[in-house]
Design a protein around this ligand. Sequence first.
Ligand code: FES
Length: 93
Amino acid sequence: MLRPGEVDSVDKLQPGQGCHRPRGLDQGCRLARAEDGTLYKRSESCTHIGCHVHWNSLERCWDCPCHGSHFAVDGTALNGPAVSPLTSDSYEH
Ligand code: FES
């Protein structure tokens, strides 16, 4: 059974969507597909002090619930207090 925010396959992630890890992938990662189809895999840990980010489907960015940082689909820090991007690899699928 999938939990909210999970997908069972990366292929089901549409442009502009983000999710928690698909089954079988690393724990602690987040995935988001940009409008151009590029898939980004990033750490779930906010670079401020490590809270877990969540996908904001309205604004299409990663939000940190602790102190309000926002990160772009590729992990770039948009609003502080975090100033560093979310870490991890990126790849196209
Ligand atoms: Fe994310 Fe502070 S831990 S903004």
